[in-house]
Design a protein around this ligand. Structure first.
Ligand SMILES: O=C(O)CCC(=O)C(=O)O
Ligand SMILES: [Fe+2]
Length: 389
């Protein structure tokens, strides 16, 4: 697999969604380069057929074309998993509880279900690290977010979703403005996928998006979105900042990852700054107080899931690690990156570091010195290295 050519086209591709179409390809026909150039860099969606043919889960989780309930009961029954009640809304989201997998599967097995319970955001891979039930497709393999989480023993962004017919996920854009990919091991989902900006057309007077967008109701509004049917074995690539809602139109099991890499790190940075601006406006009355900046970061962490310190540490860590990899130093890593990819990553890290350096919080020394020193030292090392390249 050659990852090299496309990676040379790095910078400043204009993102334009006005004439975009949904492209469907077969897994055997798409190379890393094509995916990188046509979808990741352009931030465009793509449906990829036949991704899970060789997955162990395809053999073990399916029996007679149905979910293999007994396998789950036997192998994962004692694990806990988060479960959303699709009929119960709490602050613009489904109510969530924790359930034993065996209790959930007893519910799912029963044909007369009196509730709509959706097992989601289940960290099965983290709970069973040696379980090889799926393999990340190569086109999705550059993933700084899960690499950082795994290297630090933090919460990852790798999930299993199990939902009966009609269970659904509300309208949303993904955490950190990340990409996501989703593969149906069994079942069928209907996605509505909105190019960035279109979500504004369906917000209410208070600026809130709907929990569920009823696509039949608004037929004559000029809203662009894709309706996508994802079948068994299909992977859907959801680009950064594309709002979506999902309905399981059959009992469905999927594997979903959120991920960030050199192609969307700038979107993540923009999103972090936009969230900070909203937080600052929310507590405007405290602006002249000494604790304003710290308070904003605290709130930012709770609404966005990350504050500036965490973002800077994340980008700096990836930069430092790629530098070691470029120099051939021994870095404990599962992914063996080609040199061209390492250089691409370093260039993107440097680009974001330059943007970070110009941010008022950094210019005004509002962040802890130990983070800034680590950041500045790494930035110098990377720019010296890139100049030599
Ligand atoms: O499959 C679902 O219900 C939701 C998946 C999703 O939102 C995602 O993968 O980003
Ligand atoms: Fe999502």
């Amino acid at each position: 697999m050659k990852k090299s050519e496309a990676l040379n086209i790095v910078q400043n591709v204009d993102l334009c969604y006005s004439n975009c179409k949904l492209i469907t390809v077969d897994n055997c026909d798409i190379t890393y380069n094509d995916f990188f150039k046509n979808f990741m860099i352009r931030n465009l969606p793509c449906l990829i057929k036949n991704v899970s043919l060789s997955w162990e889960s395809t053999r073990k989780w399916i029996k007679d074309n149905k979910i293999n309930y007994d396998y789950f009961l036997e192998v994962y029954g004692d694990l806990d998993a988060p479960v959303a009640d699709c009929d119960s809304i709490h602050f613009n989201a489904h109510n969530k509880i924790n359930m034993k997998v065996k209790d959930y599967f007893h519910y799912l097995k029963n044909d007369e279900r009196d509730k709509l319970l959706y097992l989601k955001d289940w960290h099965l891979k983290r709970l069973r690290p040696n379980d090889t039930f799926y393999a990340v497709p190569e086109i999705f393999s550059s993933d700084w977010l899960n690499e950082f989480a795994n290297d630090h023993g933090d919460d990852d962004f790798m999930f299993v979703y199990i939902g009966p017919q009609n269970s659904w996920t509300p309208f949303h854009a993904d955490v950190y403005s990340s990409f996501s990919w989703s593969v149906n091991v069994i079942g069928k989902k209907k996605w509505l996928l909105f190019p960035p900006g279109e979500e504004n057309k369906i917000k209410d007077k208070l600026g809130n998006p709907p929990l569920f967008y009823n696509d039949c109701k608004d037929k004559n509004l000029d809203i662009k979105y894709f309706e996508i049917i994802q079948e068994t074995g299909d992977a859907l690539f959801v680009p950064s900042g594309w709002h979506h809602q999902v309905v399981n139109i059959m009992d469905t099991i999927s594997v979903n990852h959120n991920w960030v890499n050199g192609c969307n790190i700038e979107q993540m940075w923009t999103s972090l700054q936009n969230n900070l601006t909203s937080v600052e406006n929310e507590i405007e009355e405290l602006r002249d107080t000494e604790e304003f900046s710290d308070q904003c970061q605290l709130i930012l962490k709770s609404v966005f899931g990350m504050d500036f310190n965490m973002f800077i540490s994340f980008v700096t860590y990836i930069g430092k690690k790629r530098l070691s990899q470029a120099k051939g130093e021994n870095v404990d890593s599962n992914c063996e990156l080609e040199m061209t990819h390492i250089i691409f990553d370093l260039k993107m890290v440097l680009k974001i570091m330059c943007l970070i350096q110009d941010h008022p919080l950094v210019l005004n020394n509002n962040l802890p010195p130990y983070i800034i020193t680590y950041f500045m030292d790494t930035k110098t090392l990377i720019s010296d290295f890139i100049k030599l390249d």
